[in-house]
Design a protein around this ligand. Structure first.
Ligand SMILES: CCCCC/C=C\C/C=C\C/C=C\C/C=C\C/C=C\CC/C=C/C(=O)SCCNC(=O)CCNC(=O)[C@H](O)C(C)(C)COP(=O)(O)OP(=O)(O)OC[C@H]1O[C@@H](n2cnc3c(N)ncnc32)[C@H](O)[C@@H]1OP(=O)(O)O
Ligand SMILES: Cc1cc2nc3c(=O)[nH]c(=O)nc-3n(C[C@H](O)[C@H](O)[C@H](O)COP(=O)(O)OP(=O)(O)OC[C@H]3O[C@@H](n4cnc5c(N)ncnc54)[C@H](O)[C@@H]3O)c2cc1C
Length: 670
């Protein structure tokens, strides 16, 4: 008989804030909550979106199942006439990686960002109705981070008015593009443009790779899947591919010509649009990955928090002298709280910074339409830096959540192994996280060097303009409660960041060759970039608190989470804070005292804070994290579904177990 008891009801009754209002804050607005909730329920109740145990499927079955789901998604979108907003929620809740992620996430944005209006009018209707399926073919076997080092060539032939796309070496083979291996019919291919015997750098080209009639590769094209990837399930439902060109010809007008073009005569013509716009699809996706990070982390934290409230180990004060009675909920152990609650706070922090980053990106797009490119460097630095910071923290946080669930966290049915395996490549794709932080530090060093010429930093670097104050200011905290001051916290973060940045800038001047200096100091530059990105996250959390926040206790809880996020970072990066004298050892110890009190404030609200994510059991896909907390029967039931349990005596018994046992028996008799 099904157990309908809510094992977490008592926990829920302890909440000191209005959960429904918190749901609105997490979703971004009442409208967003209503739409997402409706679509989440629609997905959870549709058997076509049921989640089989992906971990036990063979690669072929996994891929076939992802194809089936992607086709079903497309069918339902059309049948239900879903809006763009509803469609993106549907994809989100279906939660199955397939070619459509790269088609919608990169191929379409690349065309929108780099194609001329005429080209967009031709290609977007085809892509938007999925008459063609596209991928983003940038990375090669030999080069991923170094985009300028790509080897694929696109040579203009003025006789036929065509480009010849060619893979001159093994290392020039395109390698990794999602959906390329088995599905995509088209690709935006990044290649070195050559015309009139001269090279003009990397540009994008729209290339058809498979026949629209029989799906065979077109002449001159070699294409396939690059093989199994990390973990069970996870990215293995995606056909990341390899692609080679043997002098494949495409019409000249399939070069994406918004930024620069090649004329009929073969002349390369640059526009006044910055060349970096061809990297626009990456900026767009990096911004969305920050939102992915908050989702992946909140999902793991939701599982770990609910399970920690259900799981009991060892005695408690209520026990009798024999240790019998109610054991302690593991969530009540202070060590569990000090590992779990900072992750909960980080999930909220990343949600808010992701929301702000989306605004910043939208603002950039509006400015670009008016030919205002002024904020592009800052948006590049923010998207690169925050993508790096949030994905690294989320990947570590998912793994920590697994450990917080003890042994059961290692079971596939906990949902955590696949969540980790799916999310961890986000630290690499769309730019390796260290390479991206180096981009941020380059931008910051430039900002600092421009101070001398009187240029006032703005936006996220505005605090760098207060360098004199921040270099000499001291932190005023004298007792633990003094840390409950957002201005004090922000100033400590700004002081630490600017002192690290100025130290890097000063050290760089000691090198005659700036490039060598940058390379020598790159570990310090990366640390300084992280410190700057943390200033952004903390300041955006604080800005969120200044908005009109409704609902009993909601603002107070968010403030508590903001303090936890910040003070835990101080604790984690203590070396930086102390070596830059941004705080004293005594203040560091007071921060730890304050953290303990803050954890105590979160404890009664922990379950309600993860309920506010409003995740369905279908989306969570975890026997440890289900809403009702009925963990043990679900774990037990799930185990019996494993293919190994289909027979009592396993396949292979007669060949490989019995002879061993027999041998042991004979040995014993001798
Ligand atoms: C499925 C069920 C299981 C459960 C799942 C559950 C949860 C998971 C939750 C979410 C996750 C799930 C799904 C994920 C969804 C989708 C993922 C799917 C697919 C992933 C797709 C991945 C695609 C890719 O990776 S595409 C390839 C990306 N490649 C890179 O990022 C390359 C990185 N390298 C570079 O960007 C550049 O080469 C460089 C590092 C910037 C260096 O370039 P270079 O030209 O040499 O630079 P510089 O000389 O340093 O710079 C010149 C100048 O330009 C400025 N610049 C550089 N880049 C940019 C830019 N992008 N925009 C603007 N300006 C830029 C730079 O600052 C410099 O400026 P300056 O001269 O003024 O200093
Ligand atoms: C799951 C997945 C999906 C992907 N999807 C796509 C896709 O759809 N389309 C596509 O085009 N690509 C895709 N990629 C490729 C991805 O974008 C690249 O792997 C990524 O940009 C990193 O490049 P790389 O592999 O060349 O790493 P490398 O640059 O070779 O990195 C290796 C190591 O070198 C270090 N390193 C590199 N350069 C520097 C430097 N200048 N200074 C200091 N350290 C450095 C890095 O930090 C890293 O530790 C995907 C990758 C993955 C894993």
């Amino acid at each position: 008989m099904e157990d309908t008891v809510d094992h977490l009801a008592h926990e829920r009754s302890k909440a000191q804030f209005n959960v429904e209002e918190m749901k609105i804050i997490w979703a971004g607005s009442l409208h967003a909550l209503q739409v997402s909730d409706r679509i989440a329920k629609l997905v959870a109740s549709d058997p076509g979106f049921g989640k089989e145990n992906r971990a036990v499927l063979s690669r072929k079955d996994l891929f076939k199942s992802a194809l089936k789901k992607a086709a079903y998604v497309w069918k339902r979108i059309n049948e239900l006439g879903l809006s763009e907003e509803e469609t993106s929620w549907l994809r989100f809740y279906v939660d199955e990686l397939a070619y459509d992620y790269v088609h919608w996430g990169m191929f379409v944005p690349a065309i929108k960002g780099s194609a001329t209006e005429e080209q967009q009018n031709k290609w977007l209707p085809l892509a938007n109705t999925m008459q063609i399926i596209g991928t983003y073919a940038q990375t090669e076997l030999g080069h991923g981070s170094n985009v300028r080092g790509l080897e694929t060539t696109a040579t203009f032939d003025p006789v036929t008015d065509e480009f010849i796309i060619h893979s001159p070496t093994l290392t020039s083979s395109k390698w990794w593009p999602g959906g390329l291996g088995k599905v995509a019919t088209h690709a935006v291919v990044y290649a070195q443009l050559i015309t009139d015997g001269k090279e003009y750098g990397v540009n994008g080209f729209l290339v058809q790779i498979r026949s629209l009639d029989d799906h065979f590769p077109l002449p001159g094209i070699t294409v396939g899947d690059i093989g199994m990837k990390f973990g069970s399930g996870a990215f293995n439902s995606m056909d990341n591919g390899v692609l080679r060109f043997d002098r494949v010809r495409i019409p000249r007008n399939q070069m994406l010509m918004r930024v620069s073009k090649v004329t009929r005569e073969g002349k390369y013509v640059e526009s006044n649009i910055p060349k970096q716009i061809i990297y626009g699809a990456m900026v767009y996706v990096r911004q969305t990955i920050v939102a992915d990070a908050s989702i992946a982390l909140s999902r793991a934290v939701c599982i770990a928090t609910r399970y920690s409230a259900v799981r009991r180990q060892f005695g408690s004060p209520q026990n009798d002298q024999n240790g019998n009675g109610i054991e302690t909920q593991v969530i009540d152990y202070k060590t569990q709280q000090s590992r779990l609650f900072p992750l909960l706070a980080s999930a909220y922090a990343f949600r808010f910074v992701g929301e702000w980053l989306k605004w910043l990106y939208t603002d950039l797009i509006q400015k670009l339409e008016g030919n205002d490119f002024s904020t592009l460097p800052e948006v590049h630095a923010c998207t690169a830096g925050l993508k790096s910071l949030t994905t690294s923290a989320a990947a570590d946080g998912i793994e920590e959540s697994r450990k917080l669930c003890g042994g059961h966290g290692y079971l596939s049915s906990s949902g955590l192994p696949e969540l980790y395996a799916t999310f961890v490549p986000a630290c690499t794709y769309e730019g390796d996280n260290v390479v991206l932080l180096l981009q941020v530090s380059r931008f910051l060093m430039k900002t600092i060097s421009q101070l001398q010429s009187g240029k006032k930093p703005t936006g996220t670097t505005a605090y760098i303009g207060h360098v004199e104050h921040l270099i000499q200011c001291g932190c005023n905290v004298k007792k633990a409660e003094d840390w409950l001051n957002l201005c004090v916290i922000l100033e400590a973060f700004e002081a630490r960041a600017i002192r690290l940045l100025v130290a890097c800038a000063e050290n760089l001047t000691k090198f005659a060759n700036p490039l060598q200096g940058f390379s020598e100091l790159s570990p310090d530059l990366v640390e300084a970039a992280v410190a700057h990105c943390q200033v952004i996250v903390v300041s955006k959390f604080i800005e969120k608190l200044q908005q009109n926040i409704q609902g009993i206790g909601v603002k107070q809880l968010l403030e508590t989470l903001c303090y936890i996020y910040s003070l835990n970072l101080i604790h984690k990066h203590l070396g930086d804070f102390l070596s830059t004298r941004s705080i004293t050892p005594k203040q560091a110890s007071l921060a730890s005292d304050q953290l303990r009190s803050l954890y105590a404030k979160v404890r009664p609200n922990a379950i309600a804070l993860v309920d506010a994510f409003n995740y369905t059991d279908h989306f969570l896909g975890s026997v440890l994290g289900s809403y009702d907390g009925n963990v043990y029967p679900k774990l037990y039931e799930e185990a019996w579904k494993d293919p190994l349990n289909e027979s009592v005596v396993p396949d292979g018994y007669h060949e490989n177990i019995r002879p061993v046992l027999k041998q042991q028996l004979q040995n014993a008799r001798l």
